[in-house]
Design a protein around this ligand. Structure first.
Ligand SMILES: Nc1ncnc2c1ncn2[C@@H]1O[C@H](COP(=O)(O)OP(=O)(O)OP(=O)(O)O)[C@@H](O)[C@H]1O
Ligand SMILES: [Mg+2]
Length: 258
């Protein structure tokens, strides 16, 4: 797929929890190889959006296209869900590893059971991605024997192991000690350079500024504004975006981000 083609396209995505309308007709498009940073206040629907894109949550309405797989989310077959889901992987804030399994098993398990990858190939892939994230010496460790940063490395390795077209990151560094944040951001930056498309929910504004080709600002279940970092950080079009960003730029001059 050419690098300027749209890899993922969402139209009219709706999600309510009971009476609470959380996603109000979300539309977005991310190009192949692009890194999009998804920003927004707490409760604006960022996690719910990622979960809908990965079918951890069932959307009420909308269309989703990833590559050449397209579906109407209101009326989607199990088979189509599996086909679309296979294209993506998710990295969670709290790592979401199986606590009773080793690092190696955390990576091979999903490949073998959910994705039907032969055991030997799963082992090869796990070895490769664990080396990529710098965890080759922790194959037999269990999550409680790892630091937060190492657990998140394992989480990222698990995502890479499925050879996804798209990785969805939900605040991948927000549970980490400050000194571990940089090493995980450096790892994500390296993965981005390898050409994997990413949507990253983050509050790390400098990282978003530096790594993302596109900033998407969400508030109250809607995408308020999107654009390249220079435009969104430098001259946000909407008052809501400005108010949100001022919380981060307030202590630094605006040029810091430009
Ligand atoms: N399973 C659920 N059942 C009911 N309400 C939910 C559920 N999941 C999320 N919500 C509600 O949906 C809204 C959006 O939540 P979401 O977790 O998507 O926000 P967020 O933007 O990721 O926030 P944060 O920055 O704090 O992680 C919130 O009001 C939340 O309480
Ligand atoms: Mg969230």
């Amino acid at each position: 797929m050419a690098s300027n083609e749209i890899l993922i396209e969402v139209r009219g995505l709706e999600k309510s929890f009971g009476p609470l309308r959380v996603l109000k007709g979300i539309g977005l498009a991310v190009k192949n190889g692009e890194v999009a940073a998804l920003l927004g206040p707490s409760g604006s629907g960022k996690t719910t959006l990622l979960r809908c894109l990965n079918f951890l949550e069932k959307a009420d309405a909308g269309t989703l296209r990833i590559g050449n797989e397209e579906a109407d989310l209101r009326n989607i077959s199990r088979r189509r869900i599996l086909a679309l889901r296979r294209r993506t992987a998710m990295v969670f804030q709290n790592y979401d590893l199986f606590l009773n399994k080793t690092v190696l098993e955390n990576i091979t398990e999903g490949l073998v059971t959910a994705r039907r990858v032969p055991k030997a190939e799963a082992m090869d892939r796990a070895a490769r991605v664990l080396e990529q994230v710098g965890l080759s010496d922790k194959l037999d460790a269990r999550p409680y024997q790892l630091s937060g940063g190492q657990q998140q490395r394992a989480g990222i390795a698990r995502a890479l192991a499925v050879n996804p077209d798209l990785i969805l990151f939900d605040e991948p560094t927000s549970a980490l000690d400050p000194e571990k944040v940089k090493e995980i951001l450096d790892l994500i930056r390296a993965v981005a350079k390898s050409g994997v498309t990413m949507i990253i929910v983050t509050h790390e504004m400098e990282f978003a500024w530096e790594v993302a080709g596109k900033i998407i600002f969400m508030d109250n279940g809607e995408i308020v504004e999107e654009g390249d970092p220079k435009q969104v950080f430098g001259s946000p079009r909407h008052e809501r975006t400005r108010a949100f960003l001022s919380r981060f730029t307030g202590t630094k001059p605006p040029e810091y981000f430009i």
